[in-house]
Design a binder for this molecule. Structure first.
Ligand code: HSE
Length: 310
């Protein structure tokens, strides 16, 4: 048995977004992975991986986030067939913009299409999050939820899973700056504290609450004031060369907020598209890294839709 090829796009995402460690995330318009799949007799087979960082990714479906997520969907749907996958990475692994999350989300979404869309989006998020658990050193859905649902997402609860989706302001622009350094999520989770103080808890609850309010009401200045993290980014800052300098450069060029994307190394800047030019912020960060002798890729983009069929 061999089905027709189906192709999907699975977007990069930013996670944590200041106070929302493992809870807040946002889908990006660009970049994204493209995943193709078709029904086969049995098993999950990855026949091709291309694009940036493809060489570093396992083609064993039991170790690859797209393969693990697709298997989880097949099992949940009770499918009596398998799937062949071809993955075209648009997002380099170890980037901080949800590379493994995009592949997991795309693998789950694609498998569900092949199975006749039997699962809800919440079930897809859980299947994709299980893949993150295997490949990234901890079950977290803050990349896979926005990659599947699009927009801004907040995970109210993991057990049971409850995800809130919010439409961010149209005017919110995003600059992604990726310095030429690899930071694995496993490594970046290993340096985190296991407990936080009441003072930090109060700080995070205040900023998280106001960030949600600002997303809902479209208040980009308040978004900027609320993207604050007193625990997780400080614990990881030593893993990302010139993080503070990159953030300061972005803020001096009109960004409303500049922060570590997920577990890094990407530096994310939010800006108002009405008031500022993203390319100026991107050029400034690239120049700062260039002056320090480091390469840095940038994307000027905005928030976007979740997984979709191409
Ligand atoms: N919330 C996760 C972390 C995202 O910060 O470890 C990883 O991409």
């Amino acid at each position: 048995m061999s089905g027709k090829w189906i192709k999907v796009a699975a977007p990069a995402t930013i996670s944590n977004i200041g106070p929302g460690f493992d809870t807040f995330g946002m889908a990006l318009n660009n970049p994204f992975d493209v995943i193709e799949g078709k029904e086969i007799d049995h098993g999950v087979v990855i026949s091709e991986i291309t694009g940036p960082g493809a060489d570093s990714l396992p083609s064993d479906a039991g170790k690859n986030s797209a393969g693990i997520a697709a298997s989880a969907v097949l099992e949940k749907c009770g499918a009596d067939f398998g799937i062949e996958l071809k993955i075209k990475k648009g997002i380099r692994p170890c980037s901080g913009i949800g590379s493994s999350g995009a592949s997991a989300a795309g693998g789950a979404y694609l498998a569900n299409l092949i199975c006749g869309e039997k699962l809800s989006s919440g079930q897809l998020v859980m299947c994709a999050a299980m893949a993150e658990d295997v490949t990234s050193g901890g079950l977290h859905a803050d990349n896979v939820a926005p990659s599947i649902l699009g927009g801004f997402t907040a995970i109210r609860s993991y057990e049971p899973l409850e995800v809130i989706r919010i439409e961010p302001p149209k005017d919110l622009g995003v600059v992604v700056a990726m310095p030429d350094v690899m930071v694995s999520t496993k490594e970046a989770r290993a340096v985190l504290p296991t407990e936080v103080s009441v003072k930090d808890l109060v700080f995070h609850v205040g900023n998280a609450s106001s960030l949600i309010h600002a997303m809902v009401t479209g208040d980009i200045d308040l978004i900027g004031r609320s993207v604050k993290d007193s625990v997780f980014e400080p614990a990881r800052a030593h893993l990302i060369p010139y993080l503070k300098e990159a953030e300061a450069t972005a803020m001096s060029l009109g960004a409303n907020a500049s922060f570590l994307g997920g577990s890094g190394p990407c530096v994310i800047s939010f800006f108002s598209k009405e008031k500022h030019v993203g390319e100026i912020i991107a050029d400034g960060i690239r120049k700062m890294y260039g002056d320090k002798g480091m390469e840095c890729d940038t994307w000027v983009t905005d928030w976007g839709a979740g997984c979709r069929r191409l």
